[in-house]
Design a protein around this ligand. Structure first.
Ligand code: KMH
Ligand code: ZN
Length: 284
C-alpha cells in the first residue's frame, strides 16, 4: 500500500490492563475516576479508541458492569471516543465474569476485545478455547458489538481465518497483534510482518507491542499502513529506565511520529468509518 492511500492512523490507548500496578508506575490509574481521567487525556492527545479494563480503587482488576458503566460515564461526559471494553479481563477471571459487561452494559459498547485462542501469559494461562470464542461471539452479535480480534500467537490468526471461513465471523475484521507477552509470540518485526501478510483482504490491524516493543512495532505499523495501541496495559516506560508520566505522553509520541510519516491521526468519527462501526452511542 502506498503512502498516499493509507487510512488515517487510529491510535488506541489502553490506559490500564489487569496486570501492572502502581508499584510498577505510580502514575498507573486505579478506580473509575482515575482511569477515566487517563482516558480523557489520551483522547485529547489523539487517541480515538480506549481499550478499557476497570479496577477497584485498590487496584484489584474487575469485570464489574457497574465499574465499567461509571468509568464510561465519566469518559463520555468529557470526550467522544470509541470505548472498546475488555472481555479478556485478568487470567484469573471466569468465563462468566468476562462476559458480564457485554451482557449487562446499557447501551452496549461499540467494540469489545475477543482473543482468538489460548496462550501462555506470564506464569499463567490465558484460556480461550474455540467453544469459548464462539460463545463470546454469539453474545457480541446479539448486542451488535464489533470485536477486535486479539492475536497473541500465529495460531490465533489461523483460528480467526477458520471462523471467517465457517461464517462465524463475517465482514471486514479488525485485528490487534499483541506481541511480546512473556510465554507468547515475540515482539519482532519479522513476526509482525508475517501476521500482516496473512491478513484477509479488507481487514484492518493494529499492533500492541509489549514493553519497549511498543515504540518499535508501533512505528513500523505507522509506516506500513497499520494502526497502533499504546498505554500502561502494555508498557509503563517512556524509554529505558524512565517511567512514562502518563498514558497521554505515550499517545503524543505516536502522534508526533505519525505526523513525520505522513499519517495524520483519525478522529473518533473517522475511526468509526475506517472500522465500519455501525452502532451510534446512547448515554450511560
Ligand atoms: N489481561 C489479559 C489476560 C483483552 O483485554 O481482551 C488479557 C487481555 C486481553 O488483556
Ligand atoms: Zn486488555
Amino acid at each position: 500500500m502506498g503512502v498516499n492511500n493509507m487510512d488515517k492512523l487510529i491510535i488506541t490507548c489502553a490506559p490500564v490492563g489487569a496486570e501492572t500496578m502502581k508499584s510498577d508506575n505510580p502514575h498507573q490509574p486505579y478506580g473509575p475516576e482515575e482511569i477515566a481521567l487517563a482516558a480523557i487525556a489520551a483522547v485529547r492527545s489523539g487517541a480515538s479508541i480506549i481499550h478499557l479494563h476497570v479496577r477497584e480503587d485498590d487496584g484489584t482488576p474487575s469485570q464489574s458492569p457497574t465499574l465499567f458503566a461509571e468509568t464510561i460515564r465519566h469518559i463520555k461526559a468529557e470526550v467522544d471516543c470509541i470505548v472498546q471494553i475488555s472481555t479478556g479481563g485478568a487470567v484469573s477471571a471466569t468465563e462468566e465474569e468476562r462476559l458480564l459487561p457485554i451482557r449487562e452494559l446499557i447501551p452496549s459498547p461499540e467494540m469489545a476485545s475477543l482473543t482468538m485462542g489460548t496462550c501462555n501469559f506470564g506464569d499463567g494461562v490465558f484460556w480461550n478455547p474455540l467453544g469459548l470464542i464462539k460463545r463470546f461471539l454469539a453474545e457480541f452479535q446479539r448486542h451488535g458489538i464489533k470485536p477486535e480480534l486479539e492475536i497473541f500467537e500465529l495460531g490465533h490468526l489461523d483460528n480467526a481465518l477458520r471462523l471467517l471461513k465457517e461464517g462465524a465471523l463475517a465482514g471486514p475484521q479488525h485485528c490487534d497483534f499483541v506481541l511480546g507477552v512473556p510465554g507468547a509470540m515475540a515482539a519482532t518485526p519479522a513476526n509482525l510482518l508475517q501476521l500482516v501478510s496473512r491478513m484477509p483482504a479488507g481487514s484492518t490491524w493494529t499492533v500492541a507491542g509489549i514493553g519497549k516493543a511498543e515504540l518499535l512495532l508501533g512505528t513500523i505499523a505507522i509506516a506500513i499502513g497499520g494502526h497502533v495501541r499504546v498505554g500502561f496495559e502494555d508498557n509503563v516506560f517512556y524509554r529505558k529506565g524512565e517511567l512514562a508520566l502518563s498514558n497521554a505522553q505515550l499517545v503524543e509520541r505516536m502522534k508526533r511520529i505519525a505526523a513525520e510519516l505522513n499519517r495524520p491521526v483519525a478522529t473518533p468519527a473517522e475511526a468509526r468509518a475506517i472500522l465500519k462501526l455501525l452502532k451510534s452511542q446512547g448515554s450511560y
